[in-house]
Design a protein around this ligand. Sequence first.
Ligand code: HEM
Length: 313
Amino acid sequence: MVSSSADQTLAVQVVDSMERMSGRHPGCRRSSARGAVFRATFTPTGAAAALTTAAHLQTRPVTATVRFSNSEGDPHTPDTAPVTRGMATRFHLQDGSDTDLVALSVPRFVASTPREFLELTEALRPDPGTRRPEPARVHAFVHAHPHLAEAVAQQPPVPASYACTAYWAVHAFIWVDAAGAGQPVRYRWEPEAGRTDLTAAQAATRTAHYLTDELHQRLERAPVAFDLRIQLAGPDDPTHDPSTVWPDHREEITAGRLEITAPADGQDLRDTQAFDPTRVTSGIQISDDPVLAFRAHAYAESHLRRSHERQSR
Ligand code: HEM
């Protein structure tokens, strides 16, 4: 794993590259620029308690904050675009601390290392003439990194609703039990309403912000719920590569149920905050995945830039 200061230097380069890819949108996140924040309650089932001492995975419910987003760095990207969607959850623990779980609507990440991600964002930089990425550059990236072909080829669904798609936290995390034993796990939010995708023809009839509008309307009728599904690694399953998945038949448990009840107050204030996928809590450790450790630096760099831009408005 590279050192923390090398990660910080690389984070500056990566965020610069993300700005070249998506344009610079002052005050906005450099990825997942447009989103909305909601109030929620998370109720653990108790099924995880034998495997981790994490406070929110025992028996008592905790409050949570959830941000759904369109994963593009350009806040004007319409919801009808076939891009990934984000679901970032902050669990507010009884001792006053927080822990985050940041997930996307696809199971694999497009890079195994931060450097590969930098190369991919460079390959996706729009051509100044056409304002679109050059397919030849993306093909060359995949040719140079054949192990990423499947991840780069993933087609994110265009969901009928933020409430009708699954979200994967992608990386492995290590759960630690009361005796100190570790179990690698992967997280997935499974929507209680089921998964429903739109066809291209259906998507063409929706508005640019239909996902946020639909969720607000849905919440006026009833809460929206997700199960927190946990996949338990087998003895030889790798924990370091977010572009790969573990076999489907690995044992799964349901660790809890998230119930989203209403839009959160102060959306503007919440835009000044940042999630951090490495903000774990006692009973959970980050794995040896270099992308996971690196994300803390990239998110901090993006947060720093957008905070300065907001202050100088
Ligand atoms: C090299 C890998 C990655 C880099 C450099 C990266 C970069 C970023 C940056 C700069 C932000 C904006 C942070 C902010 O200003 O607060 C962001 C947000 C986000 N990323 Fe990533 N990301 C990476 C991998 C991932 C992965 C693997 C996932 C999914 C598991 C993911 C899901 C998200 C989501 C959902 C958000 C929005 C969070 C929010 O609502 O505040 N990212 N990412």
